[in-house]
Design a binder for this molecule. Structure first.
Ligand SMILES: [Zn+2]
Length: 469
């Protein structure tokens, strides 16, 4: 096909896709259904299974091909009663919740505040942590260009330093306990709890005056279960190449996860619905993957990337959509993972789309693009920042306040349009510059990154299931 023809085809298809999304309320209706009717979609739960079936039904209804549920096994986790008490210098119950994959526990110990829980904090307190209950800020607030450690990194430092338990304190006010998995689908080394900011601040004030003794009692169950990815295709089945977009549809058990990530799942589904209306112009296929179990270690994406291993070399690009809704509609950004050379290409694409889409390259091991990144597939994540809200880090994410009211229909339409246009342009690109990287090259890049120490110490990535688990 000569370039001019393809330009005309793209222009017509793109306008059709944009019109389709902006005259539909399906994305918002699907979001409300997932959150209000189905609920939290916690890894391996009945709610998550129902969500997969709902998404499968919608994918078929929207005209996707080869729609399938890809089931995989995991060890599930269910919270039991949890109690955290200050026993000295005062006696007081403190609000806290168990963090997923914590072991059951009953213990008492002295608290120690490690601030943001970065490497330098643990170095500063070396020799003082063993046998204690570590209290750490949930989100770091790093300076420009500085590394901000994920919960898994802070937890690993606490374990390595000999802590007996880990308390993870929300940085945003509102009596909201923050959650986040301690391990990728296996029982964590030591117990962990999530605290509201107010609980954490109380303990830190007590620590300013002297030693603080804490007691915790918690139970938890681990059991075999299954989860699933929902897959589908648009465009030719016999093309040599494909592009893929995906999003996780699971959320934490304490929230309905409207922002993180029912929004991402319905945005990808809506983009797929619109793209299916122009399927006949696609020279290569667009695949969709809606992942289960992202919140407990990207289990769905690891499984899918493993199963698709032999096909991945034919994949041009994986676009992961995680938490795409920001403070105002249209505040999405694109973060490539391991592909700095593609930044100018996507900047150019955004300009051609007349759409303001900041693009950068930064290694991020904590969402569903990562298993594809380390397989060397060009990839990126579309998400939004909380800039302007005054909230730190994840904001409402990973708290019970991640609810439907935080998401507007218009913000879903904006994000779905951005995803659909990017996928359409990637599928129709006759000058796609993306080159796969070798697994060795990617592993070397991770080894040289701020999470290199983790991989060296544990022999796996922070959010990766243990061998055989
Ligand atoms: Zn997410």
């Amino acid at each position: 096909m000569v370039r001019d023809d393809r330009g005309a085809v793209l222009s017509r298809a793109e306008k059709a896709v944009i019109g389709e999304i902006w005259t539909s309320k399906r994305a918002y209706e699907n979001l409300v259904y997932l959150c209000d009717q189905i609920g939290n979609r916690w890894a391996g739960s009945e709610s998550e299974h129902r969500a997969a079936q709902f998404l499968q039904t919608k994918a078929v209804e929207y005209g996707l091909q080869d729609v399938a549920i890809q089931t995989f096994p995991l060890t599930g986790w269910r919270r039991g009663p949890t109690r955290l008490e200050v026993v000295a210098p005062v006696a007081r119950d403190v609000a806290a919740i168990a963090l997923p994959y914590t072991p059951a526990a009953r213990l008492e110990g002295e608290a120690i505040w490690v601030g943001q829980g970065e490497a330098e904090d643990f170095e500063r307190l070396a020799g003082q942590i063993a046998g204690k209950i570590v209290l750490s800020a949930a989100e770091s607030t790093p300076g420009p260009g500085q590394h901000s450690s994920h919960r898994r990194e802070k937890f690993a430092r606490a374990v390595a330093a000999g802590a007996v338990a880990f308390l993870f304190v929300n940085q945003n006010p509102g009596a909201l306990a923050i959650t986040g998995a301690l391990a990728a689908g296996f029982t964590a080394e030591i117990p962990g709890l999530g605290l509201p900011k107010e609980s954490g601040d109380f303990i830190v004030r007590l620590l300013d005056a002297g030693p603080v003794r804490l007691r915790l009692q918690m139970s938890a169950e681990h059991f075999p279960t299954t989860s699933a990815n929902v897959l589908g295709r648009i465009g030719p089945s016999d093309a040599n190449e494909f592009v893929m977009t995906g999003a996780h549809y699971d959320a934490h058990d304490i929230a309905v996860g409207a922002l993180d990530n029912a929004a991402g799942a319905v945005v990808v589904l809506e983009a797929a619905r619109a793209l299916a209306t122009v399927a006949d112009v696609l020279p290569i296929s667009i695949r969709m993957a809606l992942f289960g179990c992202e919140e407990i270690g990207l289990l769905g994406a690891w499984y899918h990337a493993g199963q698709a291993r032999s096909e991945l070399e034919r994949c041009r690009f994986v676009l992961n959509v995680d938490s795409p809704i920001g403070s105002v509609p249209g505040s999405e950004n694109l973060r490539l993972c391991g592909f700095p050379d593609l930044v100018p290409f996507f900047e150019d694409l955004a300009q051609q789309m007349c759409y303001d889409l900041p693009v950068q390259n930064r290694l991020n091991a904590y969402s569903d693009h990562f298993p594809y990144a380390i397989a060397g597939v060009p990839n990126g994540m579309l998400s939004s920042s909380n800039a302007g809200t005054g909230l730190i880090g994840r904001g409402w994410g990973h708290t019970p306040a991640d609810t439907v009211d935080k998401v507007s229909p218009k913000s879903l339409q904006t994000a779905a349009t951005a995803v659909a246009r990017l996928m359409l342009r990637l599928a129709l690109a006759d000058n796609w510059p993306g080159q796969h990287r070798s697994r060795q090259e990617m592993a070397a890049e991770v080894a040289a990154s701020p999470i290199g120490w983790y991989v060296e110490q544990f022999g796996r990535y922070p959010f990766q299931p243990a061998e055989g688990s």
